[in-house]
Ligand binder design. Structure first.
Ligand SMILES: COc1nc(N)nc2c1ncn2[C@H]1C[C@H](O)[C@@H](COP(=O)(O)OP(=O)(O)OP(=O)(O)O)O1
Length: 188
């Protein structure tokens, strides 16, 4: 059993994270954004944020992508779920990860993000959240995944983590539990 919880989690925030992929003369690329302010500033990441009252998680994902990158997707595929816990912070993060392919509009820099297309063999993991390189290979392999990460207070060191491949989402899981509940765990 993985010791995922050493300081208690009493609430959670639900967030979205969207990665848009595209083909450029046969080269597969992904759109990342340099976060310019707030949580995760200075990191490249997908686009997303908090789900607002009255909207579904998918609606939140579509809205955040438009707000942060100026583009509108007609279809987003559910790709994974990530749980994050920072030592000493009672609020855990439940992040719903989506992938998109076709979009309308022009990719544009916004107040929050500076978007840029990256070739899949040049992902800047050294300037991304440290968890990304752990779940990314499963994600780009088109497998559905769930992962839990317990970070130190410095928000840099990963103290424990657990990533599984699932046949379906959502994978119901509690932050502190050692066992996955729901979904069908294929690999761990
Ligand atoms: C801790 O590890 C994380 N890794 C990755 N890859 N992404 C993460 C991690 N923790 C959070 N995120 C994602 C989830 C969201 O997409 C953003 C955070 O969103 P934010 O807090 O900026 O939400 P907004 O609603 O946009 O915030 P404002 O209040 O600034 O509008 O990072």
């Amino acid at each position: 059993m993985l010791a995922m919880e050493t300081s208690p989690i009493t609430s959670k925030k639900v967030l979205t994270l969207v990665f848009v992929f595209g083909d450029f003369d046969g080269e597969r690329r992904v759109l990342l954004g340099m976060k310019k302010r707030g949580f995760g500033a200075g990191y490249w990441n997908g686009f997303g944020g908090k789900v607002e009252k009255g909207e579904t998680i998918l609606e939140g994902a579509v809205r955040e992508l438009e707000e942060e990158a100026g583009i509108r997707v007609s279809h987003l595929e559910r790709a994974g779920m990530l749980w994050f816990h920072f030592e000493g912070d009672p609020t855990g993060l439940e992040v719903h990860v989506y992938r998109g392919e076709t979009f309308e509009g022009v990719v544009s820099e916004t107040e929050e993000m500076r978007p840029e297309w990256f070739s899949l063999d040049k992902i800047p993991f050294h300037i991304m959240w440290p968890d990304d390189q752990i779940w990314w290979p499963v994600f780009v392999g088109n497998k559905k995944f769930c992962g839990r990460f317990r970070f130190a207070k410095d928000q840099k060191e990963i103290l424990a983590h657990d990533v599984g491949i699932f046949e379906s989402l959502p994978c119901e899981m509690e932050f502190g539990s050692g066992e996955w509940v729901g979904g069908v765990l294929v690999e761990r």
